[in-house]
Write a protein that binds this ligand. Structure first.
Ligand SMILES: CC(C)(COP(=O)(O)OP(=O)(O)OC[C@H]1O[C@@H](n2cnc3c(N)ncnc32)[C@H](O)[C@@H]1OP(=O)(O)O)[C@@H](O)C(=O)NCCC(=O)NCCS
Length: 180
């Protein structure tokens, strides 16, 4: 495993940008997320028509170390209504780069961008057994607003529907103007 120093400034040299189509294979992270290939492609198409955003974090010299997805428009208006409320999901930092502030920085960038687009509420689901992510969101000001049963399904890269059950907390944060 690559060793990463706990340099408090390490996260500052990273480039946070929107994903390009040619980033999609790298976003599968050597197979860890290959089963989500269709979801990634759908999210990318949704971004192309302005209904979603795909964020990646690139380290100097190339190489993606984190990703996050945002739904701006959803058929589930309680998640994303295209105007005030957006839904963040799929925040992932590569294992060897965690605990360096990257997740925090990416979420702050996502929030600042949403604020500029006029959105004022961000919501997300966090698995009830994911203490690390819940702590991060609480530190950023998210609060639990509902219990989410967490039943959902997707079609994997082989065309097989997978049924998931991930009991979660729904968390929300009201956005305020980012620091200049
Ligand atoms: C949850 C997740 C995104 C957090 O990403 P991350 O980059 O490690 O997050 P941060 O580094 O900003 O914060 C994590 C911890 O590292 C600490 N930290 C940040 N910078 C640090 C540094 N330079 N030195 C030491 N610790 C540091 C933070 O204080 C925080 O501590 P805490 O958990 O005790 O509060 C990451 O663990 C992950 O990808 N998990 C798997 C996917 C997942 O569960 N995603 C959430 C879906 S809802």
């Amino acid at each position: 495993m690559e060793s990463v120093s706990k340099d408090p400034h390490a996260a500052a040299s990273l480039l946070i940008r929107q994903a390009r189509r040619d980033d999609l294979p790298a976003m599968e992270w050597e197979g860890e997320y290959t089963h989500f290939r269709r979801l990634y492609q759908e999210a990318f198409e949704s971004a192309r028509i302005g209904h979603a955003l795909l964020w990646v974090v690139e380290q100097p010299g190339g190489g993606l170390v984190a990703q996050a997805f945002v739904q701006l428009v959803s058929s589930r208006k309680e998640l994303a209504d295209g105007v005030h409320r957006a839904y963040v999901y799929g925040l992932r930092v590569r294992r060897e780069h965690r605990r360096n502030g990257i997740g925090t920085r990416l979420m702050q960038a996502v929030e600042a961008d949403l604020y500029r687009r006029g959105f004022r509420l961000v919501c997300l689901n966090v698995s009830r057994d994911n203490g690390e992510a819940k702590r991060l969101y609480e530190r950023l000001g998210y609060r639990i607003v509902a219990v989410e049963e967490g039943r959902w399904s997707y079609i994997d890269d082989r065309g097989v529907r997978q049924h998931m059950h991930e009991p979660a907390w729904r968390m929300e944060k009201r956005l305020s103007a980012p620091d200049a």
